[in-house]
Design a protein around this ligand. Structure first.
Ligand SMILES: [Zn+2]
Length: 84
């Protein structure tokens, strides 16, 4: 897995957060990530809460990347604490 793009951008179209499936409306600042996985370009957008949780994970937890909704499915307690 190679990271090609990792920046906070202002969204130009609506997205869903890759970590929690929450809507990210147009014009929101969100982290945009583009990675090459098995020669395929995978782009994702992340809300602030998920970015914060990822920042606190052990680096090894991310070795295979995340599936859609992984943060809310696996770190629900942590997520709810932070999104209050
Ligand atoms: Zn999120």
């Amino acid at each position: 897995m190679t990271t090609l793009f990792d920046k906070v951008v202002k969204t130009r179209v609506p997205h869903k957060c890759w970590g929690c499936r929450k809507d990210i409306p147009t014009g929101t600042m969100a982290r945009r990530l583009a990675e090459a996985v098995d020669n395929q370009l995978v782009t994702s957008h992340w809300c602030d809460t998920c970015c914060e949780i990822i920042g606190h994970l052990e680096p090894g937890d991310r070795r295979d990347g995340f599936a859609f909704g992984d943060i809310i499915d696996n770190c629900k307690e942590e997520y709810e604490k932070r999104s209050l």
